[in-house]
Write a protein that binds this ligand. Sequence first.
Ligand code: SF4
Ligand code: SF4
Length: 380
Amino acid sequence: MTVKPESQALAAQASRCVACGLCVPHCPTYRKLESEADSPRGRVMLIRALAEGRLAAEPTLVTHLDRCLVCRACEAVCPAGVKYGELIDGARAWLAAEGKKPRGLAGWLPAVLSAPPLLAAAAMRLRGFYPARGERQGTVSLFLGCVTRLADGSTLRAAIFVLTHLGFDVRVPRGQGCCGAMHQHAGEQEQAAQLARKNIEVFAKTSLDATEPILFCATGCGATLVEYARYGTEGEAFAHRAQDVVSFLARAPGWERLPIAPLAQTVAVHEPCSGRNVLRNAADVYGLLGRIPGLQAVPLAGNEQCCGAAGLYFLRQPALARRLRADKMPRAGDALRMLVSTNQGCAHWLKQGLSEAGHRLEVEHPVQLVARQLGFTGRC
Ligand code: SF4
Ligand code: SF4
């Protein structure tokens, strides 16, 4: 069942906008389409008019809201504190309640990804507990994520490998599921809430210590997990514990004890929007990669703009997504051999673009790279 959000709440959030326009040049869709209705300010105005009943959910309005990437670059620079992420999710829930869901595959893919049989089968590959090696420093819990566990198990195993070698016990709680991000952004707020409540319950039940960190390996999931406070006190406790495995590792003590092999290479760092604009932890990737002697980490050109993957956006709006991705492709003469990204969806999308453009770049999660320099060969 799709529940329609309160019109007053949507209108009140939208009315915080003072129409200063500071967000406009930061918006990737505005930069490509040069239309006010495809800018954050324009969309805020459309949502306010919709919530106040001055505009109907006509196809043109739906199209402008559909084109939003939910990259939240606008929110990161807004001086009035407009919670744009909440606003666009609320507007999409409103449209969904009126039978106007985002076009394309958004309706079925989240359901497929979070299907219990698939998740259960994939989860079987990891044990429930991995003990620390050497001097023990503490315990962490690992959030798997539905896409990550299905499509990128090697990053999860690499994370366990590095964490245990640094002296952390790693719990992998059974019964955890999808973070709910895709449902949330597709206007399916009730389904997103159900998934979140399940995760909140599972992690609360399996941790002996209520402050034990919950580490995630995909910033796309993480951006949703750190906002579980919307689900009450227990959600708030979960959100406090959730953090990016990269940030945790960048700050963890004990690295001096580990034999990390040098790597004389320049590595481009892709900074996903979820990291830059929501978690605001993009600097931690450079901090973590700084543990590898000889490695030089440089920002990927165009980091300030979304790559176009944006959850399922690359399926719903393929032409625009491809235009955004093209801005990130290496220039002729670039000597880059490797690219890292903390979001698997972006990594796969960029990898496909690089391959189509004839670039031979390895693309992986930064934790995989660190693990490899520590001797990781795929087993944790
Ligand atoms: S979330 Fe991104 S695409 Fe959407 S309005 Fe804001 S800056 Fe533009
Ligand atoms: S920066 Fe904030 S207040 Fe200014 S136009 Fe954008 S959303 Fe409105």
